[in-house]
Design a protein around this ligand. Structure first.
Ligand code: GLC
Length: 775
């Protein structure tokens, strides 16, 4: 640990080792390493004592990247390390850093020297004119973050979520900057408590506990390129089981077996699509994890089998707090094996959670993760299909839950964690607790069912959480403000690397009105992770609880989600391959269009579909920004020229939804659950007017065979002009067998539909249409 104050001095000496430059700049030493031409790592530490690798490191190790060619140049004043994509300039007098694009534009430039003082360090970067800041993990407030101060410290906020709520459950020190005509992204590799401060105009300040400054900078120039590089570094989402893309229904709590059986039959009777039911804490015996309450759920295995037969999967909640109870095997075993977190004096840390006095597994140790996975095995064997980890910041109540709980805190910061050879404090690993628990649970599921994909949901997590889990935005409320807030939140989570995200549809605390629920399910049916959930003591919030009109709306929008499944699943595949978000802010695809910089009440789902939900009560029309190009109204085909605002009609049944001209959207039949029916027919909706290129991805949706190449892709290319439109269907590739099926190619040319039908056996073909513009 650093005692005195340290700062950068002049460059005294340097060594160039191929793709890495070592610089001695006074007391601190710096290492600049290009991992890819577009990705550089900069580490600076006083005394030059760089940290060893830890088992918990999130970024891919430097060695995992191929050597990159960089060259070193120097002038009288500076060292220049050039990759093919950008340059790092180190000033010889001050050792300050500047990044330069190939056409000489500065970015991520030191405003002053970093400073190390006592147990912390900070650095300041210049905010260049016109730059916009996004990402930063899970936050309240608007999408663009200048003006905000954001702490990275996984926390269950004691106050209701507002624009100022900070910190929240996730800690993800990742951000994306849109500069003049390029984008770059940053990951700061600190698991310690840290803060991004953008409150001072023209400057970003990052402060963290710890002593090694370790940052990764990814250059675009396109924003999606940045996300691709950062996700290569921090990991990508594996393909989830396809059923997890269906609708999930939750409540704290469906309290007994009868209630759950009634719930699933109501979904089917009412023909509202649904795939997953979540069981919240009351399924357990006295909140003891890995148990069932045998009065309320006397025959879990039979119930789970029956539900599975009706094509419902069940996800159970598992919290980290293990009830202190000598008669409880999980507690006893964990104690015997010394798996629970201890304080600095070696005493087990206990605290209050649902089961009152609880202890907390140290998930940073691999043997503890394995043990946890083994306990989970029982649930999976009984037929549980997914695990939902909650309270894993971890949150520890002030008082017993039976006495109201009080405010949430966490484990003592000096508590010890980590394997013997790398013991550290909770302060260093706190932000990773949720991720490591998710890792334990996810890997446990993979071990229990070696050839099945696992579905995991988490409330807390650190950068890289997408490797293990989907996540939701915690305890929002049934209010319009939170419906609106979910938009920017989910968009920024995607930018921070976490694509499979959602917020509780209808709101968790409080009671939704019919109108709020209708508006929420309209956009919620297009959330990447689509789940309705609500708190104990609130009114019932299933889709049919608000009268017939709202029920019809829920049915229509959820059915649309299921019809869009071939498109959505392919967008998920892109996320798993490239790290592209599923929910995309407009600026990701229209970076030159400055209007898009602050739009967080509209969203692109994949490249082509744009939703503009109603986020205010009583509204039956709203302003919608259509970026440059031509757009079609999804519902009535009306054609608009973009690059302007329009007023969209939005009576309660309608959420404005658009498709860009130049889109191919594969759709399937309506279904009650994912893969209820084969894609018969597969409908290819073409929206002519510009070029489009889309790849349909298909696999069995459940196994890991896709990792061994068992999947099929079909590429579609749309082109044409005012008179004709043509789609080239390339020969299907890959070795996942798809039965011969009908293919409906539908040209949605404004209000005119034309359709051609084929038998599709995966062969290449070109389909042409005469357009009828103006008719
Ligand atoms: C937490 C979760 C919430 C859950 C509740 C009871 O508040 O965020 O989703 O319903 O705990 O388990």
């Amino acid at each position: 640990m650093i005692k005195a104050r340290a700062m950068l001095g002049a460059v005294r000496e340097y060594r160039f080792l191929g793709s890495e430059l070592w610089v001695d700049c006074g007391d601190p030493h710096m290492r600049v390493t290009f991992l890819k031409p577009e990705l550089v790592r900069v580490r600076i530490v006083p005394g030059g004592d760089f940290e060893e690798e830890h088992s918990w490191d999130v970024p891919l190790a430097d060695e995992a990247f191929h050597a990159v060619e960089v060259n070193l140049q120097q002038t009288q004043h500076a060292l220049f390390l050039n990759s093919a994509a950008f340059t790092v300039r180190i000033d010889k007098d001050t050792a300050l850093l500047e990044m330069l694009t190939t056409d000489g534009k500065s970015f991520f430039t030191d405003a002053s020297s970093p400073v190390w003082e006592e147990d912390r360090y900070w650095f300041t970067k210049r905010i260049e004119n016109g730059e916009k800041y996004y990402g930063f993990g899970e936050r309240g407030g608007r999408m663009e973050k200048q003006g905000q101060t954001m702490k990275n410290w996984a926390t269950d906020p004691s106050e209701p979520h507002t624009a100022f709520v900070d910190p929240m459950y996730m800690a993800i020190p990742v951000y994306l900057v849109m500069s003049q005509n390029f984008a770059y992204g940053v990951y700061v590799n600190s698991t310690w408590e840290s803060t991004f401060d953008l409150s001072k105009s023209g400057q970003l300040r990052f402060e963290s506990l710890g002593d090694e400054l370790d940052v990764y900078i990814a250059y675009g120039p396109q924003p999606l390129d940045v996300l691709e590089h950062l996700s290569e570094l921090l990991g990508r989402m594996p393909m989830p089981p396809k059923w997890a893309l269906g609708y999930h229904q939750s409540r704290w709590s469906y309290g007994n077996e009868q209630e759950v059986r009634k719930l699933v039959s109501t979904f089917r009777e009412k023909e509202i699509p649904c795939d997953v039911i979540h069981l919240d804490i009351d399924y357990m015996d006295n909140y003891k994890v890995f148990t069932w309450d045998d009065e309320r759920f006397p025959t879990p295995q039979r119930m789970l089998e029956d539900l599975k037969r009706k094509n419902f999967r069940v996800v159970t909640i598992i919290d980290p707090g293990v009830k202190v109870d000598p008669n409880y095997a999980v507690y006893r075993e964990g104690m015997e094996r010394a798996y629970f977190v201890r304080d600095a004096r070696g005493k087990i840390c206990s605290g209050y959670v649902w089961p009152d006095e609880s202890v907390f597994p140290d998930f940073s140790r691999s043997e503890v993760r394995d043990w946890w996975g083994d306990w989970q095995h029982g649930l999976i064997e009984q037929g549980v299909c997914g695990i939902w980890n909650d309270m894993n910041e971890p949150t520890v109540f002030e008082k017993p839950f039976s006495l109201g709980g009080g405010r949430g805190g966490t484990l003592p910061l000096k508590a010890e964690q980590g394997a013997a050879e790398e013991v550290t404090t909770h302060a260093e690993l706190h932000n990773l607790y949720g991720s490591q628990m998710a890792q334990a649970s996810y890997t446990g599921m993979r071990k229990s069912k070696p050839n099945e994909r696992a579905f995991h949901l988490t409330r807390s997590g650190f950068a890289g959480i997408q490797r293990w889990s989907a996540s939701w935005m915690g305890d929002n409320g049934s209010c319009w403000e939170h419906l609106e807030m979910s938009m920017g939140q989910l968009i920024n989570m995607g930018i921070s690397g976490v694509p499979f995200v959602g917020a509780d549809i209808g709101g968790f605390f409080g009671n939704a009105t019919p109108e709020l629920f209708a508006r929420w399910i309209q956009i919620g049916s297009l959330y990447p992770f689509s789940r309705g959930h609500s708190c104990t003591g609130t009114i019932a919030q299933e889709p049919w609880q608000f009268g017939e009109e709202v029920e019809n709306i829920a049915r229509e929008y959820l059915s649309l989600r299921y019809r869009l499944m071939p498109y959505l699943y392919s967008v998920f595949w892109k996320a798993s391959q490239r790290g592209y978000p599923i929910w995309r802010s407009l600026f990701l695809h229209y970076p030159e269009d400055k209007q898009t910089a602050h739009i967080d009440d509209q969203v692109l789902i994949g490249r082509y579909l744009m939703a503009a939900p109603i986020l205010k009560p009583g509204q039956t029309a709203r302003q919608v920004y259509l970026p440059e190009g031509t757009w079609y109204d999804w519902w009535d085909g009306y054609r608009y020229e973009g690059g302007r605002y329009i007023l969209a009609e939005a009576p309660i049944q309608r959420m404005p939804l658009y498709v860009r001209a130049g889109a191919v959207i594969p759709m399937g039949p309506a279904m009650q659950y994912v893969d209820e029916k084969p894609l018969e027919p597969l409908s290819l909706h073409l929206f002519p007017g510009d070029k489009a290129d889309f790849t349909l991805y298909e696999d069995d949706g459940v196994s890991l065979d896709y990792e061994r190449g068992k999947f099929a892709t079909t590429r579609y290319q749309l082109r044409g002009d005012d008179r004709m439109a043509e789609v080239e269907i390339f020969e299907r590739e890959g070795n996942y067998e798809i039965p011969v099926r009908s293919l409906h190619v539908i040209l949605r040319d404004g209000r005119h539909y034309q359709q051609k039908q084929f038998v599709d056996s995966g062969n290449a073909r070109i389909v042409q249409f005469q357009r009828m513009i103006g008719l």
